[in-house]
Write a protein that binds this ligand. Structure first.
Ligand SMILES: Cc1cc2nc3c(=O)[nH]c(=O)nc-3n(C[C@H](O)[C@H](O)[C@H](O)COP(=O)(O)OP(=O)(O)OC[C@H]3O[C@@H](n4cnc5c(N)ncnc54)[C@H](O)[C@@H]3O)c2cc1C
Length: 395
């Protein structure tokens, strides 16, 4: 197969991109560095803005089988254990934005995308094929892998994540910055947790210099737990194993139910969190970036993966519109995407502050959140710009 487009990276962004390109009639070669399909053993939330595109790709049925659909997002004050506010999801998201709010195990989402990719005669996926360098020659891009293989296509998309090799060559703007935050992730059996954690809800506990998120995944059998703490220096390595005794001191003044939940976890995976200041340029010639390679962001709006999925649709649609001039298509793509991903990234950063307030500021935040209980629809409305966006309508 002669690919129209080469994608570096078979994460959620790279796979979604190949499927969106297929929908527009393009052929794609995906080069993936790892030897086997891999995704973190954790959950991911998918707002209606991501769901629209996955549905358009014909994946609705698979998602309905694997995903959970929380009734609401509940916010607690971590010290008192008081529920401060909630954002209703069912049936409001569907009614308001014509798509649901879902939570799913990453491995399940990755598998749904991958199976569709593997069944396509327009997409080839090669493992153990790390992109090393590329040359943007007249009218096409020649990609070289670490193993010395060469491939040619009209366009190269760097969907190679946070530490993107493609970005290094396109923008050369150095490594992403450590944000001072570390995510501790785990999953536990849902039948082993206290009754309050069995609810069909996404829960967010706001503490001082720490917060906690949990929601059910894997057809309700598992509870996904993410504890975020502030650490001045990043732990060594990526996705390393963490012990409970190292984490628990951050939570010592927390309400008992949250402490009990954390205490029953034996093992954690630790992820230092990095991001970048939003960039206004992602492309050069026939090469562009997508997903975390383009806009790594803090996970405090649960939108990094969703942004990658939106990118995928917009990129494919613009390439279709400008078949004869990919350079123009890539410019149009980044012009449409950079303001939105920049806003999401900035909002995630401001949540990093808001979630971890202490003293007087914490009290003020709690009062404001409690006041929102009188009209929970107001919280939903605040996020219309985010969840109400449908990339399919935009191009
Ligand atoms: C704690 C946490 C919670 C999160 N929660 C959410 C959430 O609820 N909702 C949400 O939407 N997002 C969430 N995110 C963000 C989301 O996980 C990421 O934004 C998303 O996974 C990015 O996908 P990607 O495909 O761009 O990159 P990645 O998933 O990093 O994929 C990159 C792929 O490229 C491959 N690769 C790397 N280098 C090369 C190379 N040189 N050649 C070939 N292949 C290469 C890698 O092996 C990998 O497979 C969360 C993130 C964290 C850390």
């Amino acid at each position: 197969m002669k690919p129209d487009v080469i994608i570096a990276g078979a994460g959620i962004g790279g796979l979604a991109c190949a499927l969106c390109l297929e929908k527009q009639g393009f052929t794609t070669l995906i080069l993936e560095k790892s030897h086997v399909p891999a995704e973190a053993g954790a959950g991911i939330q998918l707002g209606p803005n991501a769901f629209h595109i996955l549905k358009h790709l014909g994946l609705e049925q698979e998602l309905a089988q694997q995903a959970q659909f929380p009734e609401k997002i509940v916010m607690y004050d971590a010290n008192s254990g008081t529920a401060l506010a909630h954002m209703p999801l069912i049936p409001h998201m569907q009614r308001r934005h014509n798509a649901p709010y879902a939570v799913i195990h990453r491995a399940d989402l990755h598998k749904i995308l991958r199976l569709r990719v593997e069944n396509s005669h327009r997409i080839e996926l090669k493992y153990s094929s790390a992109l090393a360098t590329f040359n943007d020659e007249s009218g096409s891009v020649v990609v070289k892998t670490v193993g010395g293989e060469e491939f040619r296509a009209r366009v190269l998309v760097g969907a190679d994540g946070l530490w993107s090799t493609v970005r290094e060559q396109v923008l050369g703007d150095g490594p992403p910055q450590y944000t001072g935050q570390v995510a501790w992730r785990t999953v536990v059996r849902r039948d082993s947790v206290a009754e309050m954690f069995k609810a069909q809800q996404t829960c967010l506990w706001l503490g001082q210099r720490a917060h906690l998120v949990h929601y059910p995944i894997s057809r309700g059998q598992l509870l996904n737990i993410v504890a975020i703490v502030e650490m001045p220096t990043p732990p060594h390595g990526w996705s390393t194993i963490g012990q409970a005794y190292e984490l628990l001191p951050w939570f010592k003044n927390w309400a008992q139910p949250a402490c009990d939940l954390l205490q029953q976890v034996k093992e954690w995976r630790i992820w230092a969190l990095y991001d970048r200041n939003p960039a206004s340029v992602w492309s050069s010639g026939h090469v562009t970036l997508l997903g975390d390679a383009a806009h790594p962001m803090l996970p405090f709006l649960a939108q990094g993966g969703a942004m990658a999925i939106e990118d995928a649709w917009v990129l494919a649609a613009h390439l279709k519109k400008n078949l004869s001039n990919p350079e123009t298509a890539l410019r149009a793509y980044e012009t449409l995407r950079t303001p939105r991903t920049g806003r999401v990234s900035e909002t995630a950063r401001s949540n990093a502050t808001m979630f971890h307030l202490s003293g007087h500021q914490r009290l003020m935040r709690n009062i404001a959140l409690k006041a929102s209980r009188a009209a929970p629809g107001m919280l939903l409305k605040k996020y219309d710009w985010l969840y109400g966006y449908n990339a399919l309508d935009d191009c």
